[in-house]
Design a protein around this ligand. Structure first.
Ligand code: SF4
Ligand code: SF4
Length: 152
């Protein structure tokens, strides 16, 4: 997939061609330390080459810690390229099922996990108020405008 035409929408990532593949981003990436298959330098290269694989589930390993953003000597902002790839993958329905499910739950009850019957009983026993499903109108609007619901 060629993402290059879309990059100008991602906070100045049109600087991507300044990347000289030094690997500083990957060297500081905490995900790469534990999961070597996640290589942000390679992701940047694949995007520059116009051939990023949006079905690659490892794209979603990024923790958004911004270490690559801080350390890149060329100000390429690698994290925004990762986000460009995951956003595009999501729109095409290629997000991992766990990501889709979490978003479905947030859209349904306003939290990233559903309230179980056990949790309800425990809260009652402790004298805590009952939790209600509560999706804010603002969130619903954001989901509609960003196309979130369509990618699920
Ligand atoms: S994105 Fe920056 S840190 Fe990463 S390889 Fe390219 S120039 Fe180096
Ligand atoms: S923001 Fe993502 S890609 Fe960048 S260093 Fe952190 S985990 Fe790695």
């Amino acid at each position: 997939m060629d993402l290059r035409p879309e990059l100008k929408d991602y906070y100045g990532t049109d600087n991507v061609y300044a990347c000289y593949q030094c690997g500083t981003c990957t060297g500081g990436c905490p995900v790469h330390r534990y999961l070597p298959e996640y290589n942000v330098r390679q992701i940047v290269k694949d995007i520059i080459d116009g051939e990023i694989d949006l079905s690659d589930k490892s794209l979603w390993y990024c923790t958004t810690c911004y270490v690559c953003y801080e350390r890149c000597p060329q100000k390429v902002k690698p994290i925004y390229l990762v986000q460009a790839a995951t956003n595009s993958a999501f729109k095409k329905g290629l997000a991992p099922e766990s990501i889709k499910e979490m978003n479905r739950i947030v859209l349904k009850c306003g939290r990233n996990s559903e309230i179980t019957s056990i949790a309800r009983k425990q809260r009652k026993a402790l004298g805590l108020p009952e939790l209600k499903d509560n999706v804010s109108e603002d969130y619903k609007k954001i989901a509609e405008l960003t196309g979130l619901s369509k990618g699920l």
